[in-house]
Design a protein around this ligand. Structure first.
Ligand code: B12
Length: 211
């Protein structure tokens, strides 16, 4: 099967069929990373169509659903690539007030295949939930995503909550998303920022090495 077909499936919002198509590609021996790449390409195109006003919010929501269905089929294959014990634990979340999770989910999939243990709290996540999860799991990295300029400040709330809970020195905070850059990330109290998910994995590896 050509991988372009998977790109097309995202663009054409084929929610009902995309899961099986991804499975089929895996069965045919396609590389899981190439599959992820093809799906991400589709999402880039959807974003472009939205910006050109050819797609509207409804299509964006459907594209998000299609990506989720595709990931359900792909994640086990990505996770199977790594079998190391003693995995570093990472909490992922989209900040409160923000309901964009496609980028975060891609980062999660890549981290999974790189051998990290992921606790994905979803989107619109309050800082207290993050603190609770750190206490429960002993996670040493928190990765936050935000795409809206109006929710960038909410990173600071997580930083402050970590401080108040006496956890700020024990946990590294890395952030990403289209509304951010390194300067802004640092201003919000984060330790690090990465432009995309591939860079994100590299940065997270570095952050965990230092410890
Ligand atoms: C899809 C989408 C939606 C979907 C989200 C579906 C979902 N489940 O995620 C829906 C329809 C829900 C949506 C809603 C809204 N959206 Co919207 N949306 C988009 C869109 C088109 C694409 C985003 C996306 O998924 N990109 C693909 C992913 C893969 O890229 P990414 O998220 O940037 O992630 C990459 C990196 O940033 C990085 N990364 C991401 N997170 C993290 C975290 C860490 C730790 C690291 C290291 C890296 C990392 O890795 C990823 C992969 O490389 C963008 C426009 C665009 N082209 O970006 C607008 C956009 C983000 N939305 C926008 C807006 C305004 C809204 C709404 C307010 C619209 C409205 N009027 O209701 C609502 C807000 C709802 C809410 N409360 O959150 C604006 C934001 C403007 C701004 N600067 O604030 C944008 C930029 C569109 C625009 N130009 O106006 N949206």
């Amino acid at each position: 099967m050509e991988l372009e077909k998977l790109t097309e499936f995202v663009i054409e919002l084929e929610i009902d069929e995309i899961h099986d198509e991804v499975k089929k590609a895996l069965d045919e021996g396609e590389d899981p990373f190439e599959i992820l790449n093809a799906l991400s390409k589709g999402m880039d195109e959807v974003g472009r169509l939205y910006e050109e006003k050819e797609y509207y919010l409804t299509e964006l929501v459907l594209a998000g659903e299609a990506m989720k269905e595709a990931m359900k089929a792909l994640n086990p294959a990505l996770a199977a690539l790594d079998r190391s014990d003693d995995k570093v634990k990472i909490i992922l979340a989209t900040v409160k007030g923000d309901n964009h999770d496609i980028g975060k989910n891609i980062l999660g999939s890549l981290l999974l295949s790189a051998g990290f243990e992921i606790y994905d709290l979803g989107m619109d996540v309050n800082e207290n939930k993050i603190i609770e999860k750190i206490k429960e799991t002993g996670a040493e990295i928190v990765g936050l995503s935000t795409l809206l300029t109006t929710t960038v400040d909410n990173i600071k709330d997580v930083h402050d909550a970590l401080k108040n809970a006496g956890l700020r020195d024990k946990v590294k905070l890395i952030v990403g998303g289209a509304s951010l850059n390194m300067d802004l990330a640092k201003k919000m109290g984060a330790d690090d920022f990465a432009d995309d998910a591939v860079e994100g994995v590299k940065h997270i590896k570095k952050l965990t090495e230092k410890k």
